[in-house]
Design a protein around this ligand. Structure first.
Ligand code: UD1
Length: 430
């Protein structure tokens, strides 16, 4: 079983290159099968969720050619199954994107109900509502969600809640529906825009992605394209928080600074300086960290996927911070682990009261999910002594070469898979 072992205390210093956005890439890979022509996707992150999605595409018959670590050539003309295997679905929630993609293209799809990180109840009623509005019959039975339509017809759809997944899923299906679809109260996240840009490059007619209202005029078919995935704002934000927690000074490269504004704003409030360049941000943490309050909200608000990482920073800031999670109700499971490292955080419902402590102390902790796992690594980097993080398969779902990139910034961290390797690392650094 692999673990990360971290010897904390080194400020992160240097430059780090950010990979493609996992969450954008997952939807983009699904959208790529909506044409019979070849679609080339570049800047794919080489992480577990992406590899699972590529396997799922192959499994239903699409031709997938991994040209190199970050590029895949996909051809959906050979798809022979409209039912996506449970084995894959169980592992990643984003497999639900195959429902929108297959329904749009073949007017029929069946996908096992999605898994992913257990960060709270994750309903799919809005996806269902959207597909039904386009004229599909949608049924959930035996752990499968199936959707079928004689034809899809555009409609006016109001999303009762801002949902990234439902917005993208409905947008994909509507791209190949007859007539005009309007999605109101749409999610505005950068990856919604990225998927719309890909679909438009494939011949779709989608306007307004990135605003509350997306207008789609259905087209008969889509064609091939070459497309590069946007940089991962959450990976970038994670490194920014790691720099803050370790009193570091890093240049985070290959990013879109606009996508990082919420994280930058909170780090500035916490006492860091942030310098923005065209495609990079520099984070300098040379003053004492101070408390602030954070509430997660849909984009452009503070991202829920960055909540654990900023909490890991605020836990060692002067004063008391309040972190409110308003998207997923079960996203504070890592707090017990963080408190085992010396933090003083109390959770009341969806609010964490973070009383800043002077320092973390190393401990053996367990990553409960992807982003919380990253937060525990951040705490380990700032801690006195050794921290061992178990269950790192969660972290590997979404961070490419996490430990390698951190080591490149001067962190003492290694991925180990045996007690022998663990002891060897500890002997080497102590
Ligand atoms: C996506 C991201 C996830 C991120 C989240 C919010 C992917 C693969 N995952 O998840 O990392 O944390 O956006 O930025 O891109 N909801 C409903 N009914 C639905 C769908 C959602 O009530 O049908 C609710 C959810 O419970 C949640 C809120 O809407 O409270 C937002 O969820 P949503 O944006 O859909 O998250 P995901 O797309 O699952």
């Amino acid at each position: 079983m692999e673990q990360f072992v971290v010897h904390g205390g080194n400020p992160l210093v240097g430059e780090v290159e950010i990979s493609g956005a996992k969450n954008a890439a997952l939807a983009i890979l699904a959208a790529a099968i909506m044409t019979d022509e070849t679609v080339v996707i570049e800047n794919l992150p080489d992480v577990r969720d992406i590899n699972i999605m590529l396997d799922a595409l192959s499994d239903i018959g699409a031709h997938v050619d991994r040209i190199d670590r970050h590029t895949a050539k996909i051809n959906g003309s050979t798809i022979r199954s409209l039912s996506v295997d449970y084995e894959y679905i169980r592992k990643i929630r984003a497999s639900y994107y195959l429902l929108g993609a297959l329904l749009g293209k073949f007017k029929e799809a069946e996908v096992a109900l999605p898994g992913g990180c257990v960060i709270g109840s994750r309903p799919i009623d809005l996806h269902v509502k959207g597909f039904k509005s386009l004229g599909a019959n949608v049924e959930i039975s035996f752990g499968l969600i199936s959707a079928k339509a004689d034809k899809l017809v555009g409609n006016h759809i109001y999303m009762d809640k801002v949902s990234v997944g439902a917005t993208i899923n409905v947008m994909m299906a509507a791209a190949l529906a007859e007539g005009k679809t309007i999605i109101e109260n749409a999610a505005k996240e950068p990856h919604v825009v990225d998927v719309a840009n890909l679909l438009n490059a494939m011949g779709a007619n989608i306007r307004g992605a990135g605003t509350d209202v997306i207008r789609i005029v259905g087209v008969e078919k889509l064609h091939g394209a070459e497309y590069s995935v946007i940089p991962d704002q959450i990976e970038a934000g994670t490194f920014m928080c790691a720099a803050a927690a370790t009193k570091g000074d890093i240049l985070v490269k290959n990013v879109i600074p606009k996508h990082l504004e919420a994280t930058s704003a909170k780090l500035i409030e916490a006492g860091c300086s942030i310098e923005e360049f065209d495609d990079a941000v520099r984070v300098v943490a040379n003053k004492p960290l101070t408390s602030t309050s954070v509430t997660t909200l849909p984009y452009p608000g503070y991202p829920t996927d960055m909540q654990p990482q900023i909490t890991a920073v605020l836990a060692i800031a002067n004063g008391t911070s309040v972190v409110t999670e308003s998207i997923f109700e079960n996203r504070f499971k890592y707090i017990d682990e963080l408190n085992r490292m010396g933090s003083n955080i109390q959770v009341e419902g969806n609010v964490a009261i973070v009383k800043g402590v002077e320092k973390y102390t190393g401990a053996e902790v367990c990553a409960p999910d992807l982003r919380a796992g990253a937060a525990l690594v951040i705490a380990g980097l700032a801690a006195e002594g050794f921290t061992i993080v178990d269950d790192i398969h969660f972290i590997q779902r979404g961070y490419e070469n996490f430990e390698v990139k951190l080591a490149g910034l001067g962190a003492e961290i290694a991925k180990v898979s045996s007690d022998k390797e663990l002891t060897k690392f500890m002997m080497k650094v102590s």
